[in-house]
Design a protein around this ligand. Structure first.
Ligand SMILES: CC(C)(COP(=O)(O)OP(=O)(O)OC[C@H]1O[C@@H](n2cnc3c(N)ncnc32)[C@H](O)[C@@H]1OP(=O)(O)O)[C@@H](O)C(=O)NCCC(=O)NCCS
Length: 177
């Protein structure tokens, strides 16, 4: 498996992976919108390949803590692996590579809304109890699906508040699991 950053020429490969993984159009549309949203920058977009076949995609876009806009934060969404390649470590490799590159580029906090059984394996922990309010309210039963990870020490506990994504992310339909 190869993982590399995407370019403008990769949009069809990216959308193919998103559609195959989610079996609907919503995440592909969101991805397309995020990739062209100027407020989403800095972006990190990675594709995983098996030889020439695209098999996984991960995207990180800009997030802002309203009360602490100097903190460099991002949101991980979406993460997609095509069904034939799921449960073979592709998602895991994309998250690890993504977090490593985010850390190198100075990102301090990464937020995600996702499977509570999955993301804690990679260092994420429920965010609301640490003082980070999601952009839109999350139902109580799945409140822990809103998670955060610090890539630098000393930030969690020192800042808190409501977290906003980029313009394309800040729509209620993106905040339902
Ligand atoms: C969720 C998804 C990205 C995981 O990718 P993947 O390549 O299958 O995951 P990995 O093979 O790296 O799995 C790593 C571990 O997580 C587990 N896991 C995989 N998918 C899981 C899920 N949906 N819920 C809980 N655990 C999961 C695996 O069993 C494995 O556990 P192990 O390390 O103890 O063996 C992939 O299944 C997918 O694209 N699903 C459809 C789209 C989706 O739901 N995206 C995530 C939105 S938050």
């Amino acid at each position: 498996m190869n993982i590399r950053e995407t370019t403008n020429l990769d949009i069809e490969d990216i959308l193919l992976v998103e559609r195959a993984a989610f079996k609907r159009e919503g995440e592909a549309m969101l991805t397309r919108n995020l990739l062209v949203d100027p407020t989403a920058k800095p972006i990190l977009s990675l594709l995983a390949y098996n030889e020439t076949q695209p098999i996984g995609h991960i995207l990180f876009t800009k997030a802002t803590i309203i009360t602490a806009p100097h903190i460099k934060a991002s949101m991980l969404a979406p993460l997609a692996v095509v069904p034939q390649y799921q449960k073979q470590g592709v998602g895991s490799a994309l998250i690890k590579k993504g977090l490593q590159l985010q850390s190198q580029s100075g990102i301090e906090l990464v937020f995600v809304l996702g499977h509570i059984e999955y993301y804690p394996k990679y260092g994420f922990t429920p965010a609301a109890k640490l003082g980070f309010e999601p952009t839109y309210p999350i139902p109580n039963e799945v409140a822990d699906a809103w998670m955060v990870q610090a890539l630098k020490p000393g930030i969690i506990g020192a800042v808190s508040g409501k977290v906003m994504g980029c313009d394309a992310m800040n729509r209620p339909e993106n905040w339902r699991e």
